[in-house]
Write a protein that binds this ligand. Structure first.
Ligand code: SF4
Length: 256
């Protein structure tokens, strides 16, 4: 990219790191160049709706936590989404159907009689080993018999992103609360999969090492690489900027 400077980091936030792991180039365009894409990223808009629905659902009394309520909440919040943010109408309707179905399935199964310990709470703390603050939003943290369970409701996820979440949550919880969660559940709503993970103390030291590596990578834009994940590129709003100077045909293939 020809950018020789270093990025200085005061706070490592889950929001930034998540974008960086998805694609460093996309992160650069959005967070460093500060260019907002003309076309909104449908994934970010759908994630916004999911956050609203989950947050409102957990605040309801137990007797109101039903399938009917989930559907009403989705119907109410989905209105902010414009079909033009998607590549096609088929993609729009598929996303609506899958998110509605899986959100209903995960929210209505396994009700907890106690209100969540944290609900979309943004927490911040200084981590000496990283030389920065670490900022993390705990979407849903529920009491469990031994400690607490952390649940993340995501549009979709990748193995790399799961590794990031597990490391960040393990480091943060141990440093902030002196305790690891009993379990971390990462829920991918597009494919209806739940990845459960039981953290151990080794995840804290591994997590600190991992976060230091990511921090160093993030500080050097000249070494950023493009993602090799075609799915991520297919819904990226920066395709034009990313392939500037490169001729592409109508199917998106590079013409040599
Ligand atoms: S088109 Fe692909 S490689 Fe380029 S910024 Fe977007 S996601 Fe990254």
């Amino acid at each position: 990219m020809g950018k020789e400077y270093r990025v200085s980091i005061a706070t490592l936030t889950d929001y930034h790191l998540q974008d960086f792991i998805r694609c460093p180039y996309q992160f650069y365009f959005h967070h460093i160049e500060g260019k907002s894409a003309a076309q909104h990223n449908w994934r970010k808009m759908v994630q916004f709706v999911i956050n609203q629905v989950v947050s409102r659902y957990y605040k309801l009394p137990l007797e109101s936590q039903t399938t009917k309520t989930v559907m009403e909440l989705i119907d109410e919040h989905w209105r902010v989404i414009d079909v033009r943010q998607f590549e096609s109408k088929i993609q729009y309707y598929l996303a609506l159907a899958k998110i509605s179905d899986h959100l209903n399935q995960f929210l209505t199964s396994g009700k907890n009689e106690y209100p969540p310990l944290f609900l979309y709470e943004k927490l911040n703390m200084t981590i000496d080993e990283l030389g920065t603050d670490l900022s993390l939003t705990l979407e849903v943290a529920e009491w469990s018999s031994n400690s607490f369970i952390i649940k993340k409701y995501l549009v979709d996820t990748t193995e790399d992103m799961n590794i990031l979440f597990i490391h960040m949550i393990s480091v943060f919880c141990q440093k902030a609360f002196g305790q690891l969660p009993e379990r971390i559940e990462i829920i991918s709503l597009m494919d209806g999969k739940l990845k459960p993970y039981i953290p151990i103390m080794e995840d804290v030291s591994n997590g600190l090492e991992y976060l230091n590596i990511i921090k160093n990578l993030l500080q050097q834009p000249k070494n950023y690489l493009k993602t090799d994940c075609a799915t991520v590129c297919s819904s990226c709003s920066y395709q034009k900027r990313c392939y500037e100077g490169i001729n592409m045909n109508h199917d998106g293939f590079i013409i040599q």
